[in-house]
Design a protein around this ligand. Structure first.
Ligand code: PAF
Length: 289
């Protein structure tokens, strides 16, 4: 595996690769790799001739009170894991190289952001699309891989790619879970022992919601109300949101139909956990036949 830290070196490598016409699978990350990231890398490995992974803790997507300084970092371990997952090029740029001086043009996301995590994380997705625009230009991937756990991020990135004709296919990869259903995340390390035990309730509430929809429930507030009840009864964490939208548009619906996302966020003492499911809801008249 080739570890590259300078943008100029990456440009040279990608330039040579592009001449060979090889497909490039790209896995952008902020490091502290876990099984979720490695699954993305494996997917990229299975469907592309070359795999590029980036590790860059992007300051632009952290709010003033968020955990940029505290965000876990372990480049040595990440390098080993990336090698084991079949990554060909690991790109680890410096902040000063990615953001040189002031930015004369900035990107602002207008849709799909005032819901779910975006509602409170004002400017977060502006930071995400800004860094991804830079990375997509540098890596020139055929396909880019994102975890469904951050489904709002995938929806926003799909919007950017479609609006600005980025020649890249966005692949949404299902969430990787612990045996008890808890979605894998770098932030799980911040959970206390007791919180870790109750945390799988997020996924259990989502599965219960999916079952309700499968049984014919089509009113969003009934679904979210039931999820609130399940979570509140089973954890000390504070519910940040339980929401249902069309996907990937992330628009409110009066009755559930088509592709929908059911998403939840719960704040524990030191960690805020998110999870979601995306399901396809058949039209009501077909459903009751
Ligand atoms: O999902 C992440 O880790 C980050 O938001 C990403 C896509 C690497 C952009 O910084």
């Amino acid at each position: 595996m080739n570890v590259i830290t300078k943008i100029s070196d990456l440009r040279q490598s990608i330039g040579s690769l592009k001449k060979t016409g090889k497909t490039i699978g790209f896995v952008p990350t902020m490091g502290y790799l876990h099984e979720g990231h490695l699954t993305l890398a494996k997917e990229a490995r299975n469907h592309n001739e070359v795999v590029v992974m980036s590790i860059f803790v992007n300051p632009l997507q952290f709010g003033p009170n968020e955990d940029f300084d505290r965000y876990p970092r372990d480049v040595e371990r990440d390098t080993e894991l990336a090698t084991m997952s079949g990554v060909d090029i690991l790109f680890i740029p410096e902040v000063a190289d990615m953001y040189r001086g002031s930015q004369s043009v900035t990107m602002r996301v207008k849709e799909r952001v005032d819901v779910l995590c975006g509602r409170k994380r004002v400017g977060h997705f502006d930071g995400v699309v800004t860094v991804l625009a830079k990375l997509f230009h540098l890596v020139q991937p055929t396909r880019a891989y994102f975890g469904q756990k951050d489904a709002q991020q995938v929806a926003v990135v799909e919007g950017m790619v479609s609006d600005y004709f980025f020649p890249v296919e966005i692949i949404r990869v299902p969430t990787v879970r612990e045996e008890d259903g808890l979605a894998k995340s770098s932030r799980n390390v911040y959970l206390s022992q007791e919180e870790r035990q109750v945390a799988p309730i997020l996924y259990r509430s989502l599965k219960e919601a999916a079952k309700r929809v499968e049984d014919g429930e089509r009113t969003p507030s009934v679904i979210t109300g039931e999820m609130y009840r399940i979570i509140q009864e089973n954890t000390s964490g504070t519910i940040d949101y339980v929401e249902v939208y069309s996907y990937p548009e992330l628009e409110e619906m009066k009755r559930l139909e088509g592709d929908i996302i059911i998403a939840v966020a719960v704040q524990f003492q030191q960690a805020r956990l998110i999870d979601n499911i995306i399901i396809s809801v058949p039209p009501e008249e077909d459903y009751h036949v």
